[in-house]
Design a protein around this ligand. Sequence first.
Ligand code: PMP
Length: 402
Amino acid sequence: MSTFVPARRVSDISISPSTAAAQKARDLRNAGKDIVDMTVGEPDFDTPETVKAAGIAAIKAGETKYTPVNGTPALRDAVMHDFKRRLGLNFKSSQICVGGGGKQILFLALMASVEAGSEVIIPAPYWVSYPDMVIANGGKPVVVKCAEEDGFKLNPATLEAAITPATRWLVLNSPSNPTGAAYTEAELVALGEVLSRHPQVWVLCDEIYDQIWYTSGSAQTISAVVPAIADRTLIVNGVSKSYAMTGWRIGYAAGPQPLIDAINKLQSQMSSCPSSISQAAAAEALTGPQDFVTDSVAVYRERADLAVARLNAIPELSCLAPDGAFYLYPCCAGAIGKTTPSGQVLKSDLDFVIYLLEEVGVASIHGTAYGMSPYFRLSIATSTEVIEEACNRIEKACSQLK
Ligand code: PMP
């Protein structure tokens, strides 16, 4: 009998804590517990009917074969026009690549560029996958904390201090998972000034939530604001979040041709291409009616307003209003050090989320998983009733602390 020993790149990383927390919530619910699940990282809306119809039409028309490695011309054109329409950016169709989700594109971009010892600057709080993706590709995540006082955003001095000759990438996720924070034009200009002094640093912009936007104006992207660094910027986006298409698995990126070519080369050996049917549906999502985006964002905004107000009324908690995305990242410092009815002293945000789960059946994710404590992440991609119920329960749990 020989036991399987995984490669270093596997033993060095962990399973996404958000997936694990969502699974725990599902297990408890299946075991008959009354659980309010606030861990979900996907829209609670169904994929728009017009988009589903485009997928079905593609099947009927026999669009069921391999596509070009970098995606169908129709989808790449749709992405190209979307970047032009929303961000004013001009890409050639060849500068767009399509993959099986934004996640896969991010992974391939790192695989295409990171060498052993390459450093990747990841502002915290961060989306849980970035550090593990860097490690799996042999690189070194350099986590820099971005304080709540700075709106959870990277400031130029912190960026400057984190850059070394080995820095390969800066990851900018705006609006952010888990905080919902987004960079303003002025903030991007200030970061761009630092980056212009360090030509070895490329910028990996994860803008998967950029259409889920609550404040005035619209989301900004660094290469539109600081064109001088466009030749070292990759913008990653996709249809998962904006068009409620998480299961269709389509993400894409736009950037400098040599990097796109390298990503395509890897994809040609890894998956050949993303699903032909999903690509047809994604093209319809980007080129068809956009009222789904407007309507769903209006609903998310109402929920965010409601939840932020409710959480800020709880003495132990405080919560910044998000600029976009569908998450809240409340601070639970006021609960740390307090004692639960069963006599346990809460020492960390992990203790706090376990207390919420066990005492009142609210499933959420501890801030430590996102690189910044003591916070916890709540998803608002769930109905208003569920959000109300979660807030009632969190309020009750906090009121029981001594
Ligand atoms: N980036 C961020 C910040 C995310 O939250 C997610 C989804 N959780 C992704 C990228 C990837 O999304 P997908 O692979 O579905 O396009």
